[in-house]
Design a binder for this molecule. Structure first.
Ligand SMILES: *Cc1c(COP(=O)(O)O)cnc(C)c1O
Length: 396
């Protein structure tokens, strides 16, 4: 370019390089420039691959979606701004006014709110049932039921959904079977292999793994449904930022290592907690004392993931003492971070429920959920031993 044609405002092409970056480049651009109108036509009509406007897709979202889709064994997954955005896309894309939803009664709290408060306002009705009980799900079906939504492992009680039974029911009754695979991740469970039609993730949690992005993922086995999901994400503006996708894709590089270590730690901690005075019960899927151990063993095949819940013999004062004595483990109402976090459902995720409603789910004041991270196991055992002892001392 001639010097008189230059301007600091005009972007220059990157310098020529025979070498390429090792690391995934970040593409913050909102728009993509085309050679001419015909070239733009080609992209819009799918005759050529390319991007036009970031709400409709960008390379960082494509790269991240592609990795998760590969893990799930599906094609055409879509990245959204959060797990809730992915769930919203499912309802907005796949339902029509008047359609009825049947969903697990222990879903993620915001999802329960969406189903019971917001969707009815828009003309979709939902019934909530125990997802471990196929006959309860069947009894909740209506002629207008179109969609069945469950999580594989429920928060915070770690109950299992009867995925095989539900998949069969969904097939018989022509329902769209949607599985939220956040807690299990594709390394513990692959819903498409057992008959799910749509899989949803909060990528915010284990997949991204560092508590520095909110992101979601949704994919359908059926191509027409994937197109509908893509259109909903693009039209309702549920898309994700390139930087978040870039961070999450970077996080995935270590996913297998993080998951394996966190899972080993969780199993060891469950065994350790069970032996501590002041711990009334421990919940870890697949263990002999877990209410859904048979389902857990059949579905998860030994990969029981990284969540451990347990019940302290404690009131609020005991819980406060526990949390303060576990001071080096973050007390934070999230999960899936690389480091261990503890949460207290009665004052966070399940605070909107009455004490009776919580009791019906088995969530007492002393109920603690641990999202186990990748720290040294001896450190975690020491910290939790001290915290449980502090809770017991507060009771005495
Ligand atoms: C966190 C979570 C969600 C919501 O995801 P966000 O990324 O927070 O919007 C949905 N389902 C499950 C099981 C979750 O844990």
């Amino acid at each position: 370019m001639k010097p008189e044609d230059r301007s600091v405002v005009r972007r220059s092409a990157p310098p020529a390089s025979k070498t390429t970056p090792l690391v995934t480049p970040l593409f913050p651009s909102v728009v993509y420039c085309a050679e001419d109108a015909d070239a733009l036509d080609d992209v819009y009509e799918g005759r050529a691959s390319g991007y036009s406007y970031a709400r409709e897709g960008h390379p960082n979202a494509s790269l991240l979606a592609d990795k998760i889709s590969w893990m799930e064994g599906v094609e055409g997954g879509i990245i959204t701004a959060s797990g809730m955005a992915a769930l919203s896309a499912v309802f907005l894309a796949l339902l029509d006014k008047g359609d009825h939803i049947v969903a697990g009664n222990q879903l993620y709290g915001r999802c329960l709110r969406l189903l019971t408060k917001d969707l009815p306002r828009l003309g979709f009705d939902a019934s909530l049932v125990d997802a471990a009980d196929v006959s309860a799900v069947e009894a909740a079906l209506r002629p207008e039921t179109k969609l069945l939504l469950v999580e594989v492992v429920a928060n915070p009680t770690l109950r299992l959904a009867d995925i095989k039974g539900l998949a069969k029911l969904a097939r018989q009754r022509g329902l769209i079977f949607v599985v939220d695979n956040t807690f299990t991740t594709p390394r513990s469970f692959r819903p498409f292999d057992l008959g799910a039609d749509v899989v949803v993730h909060s990528v915010t949690k284990l997949l991204a793994g560092h508590s520095d992005v909110t992101l979601g993922y949704v994919a359908a086995k059926d191509e027409a449904r994937n197109t509908a999901l893509y259109d909903a994400v693009t039209t309702w503006g549920l898309n994700a930022s390139p930087f978040d996708c870039w961070l999450a894709e970077r996080g995935l590089n270590t996913f297998d290592l993080r998951f394996q270590r966190a899972q080993e730690n969780a199993k060891a901690l469950a065994d350790h907690l069970r032996g501590l005075p002041g711990v009334l019960r421990v919940l870890y899927p697949g263990e002999d004392d877990h209410p859904d151990r048979a389902l857990a063993r059949d579905l998860l095949q030994g990969n029981y993931s990284h969540m451990v819940s347990f019940e302290l013999d404690a009131d609020r004062a005991g819980v406060n003492a526990f949390v303060r004595a576990a001071g080096n483990i973050a007390f934070a109402p999230t999960l899936g971070d690389v480091g261990t976090t503890i949460s207290h459902p009665a004052s966070s995720s399940h605070r909107a429920l009455s004490a009776e409603e919580r009791a019906a789910l088995g969530i007492s004041e002393g109920f603690i959920r641990v999202s186990v991270g990748v720290e040294e196991i001896d450190l975690l055992k020491r910290e939790l031993t001290a915290a449980v002892a502090a809770a017991s001392a507060a009771k005495a």
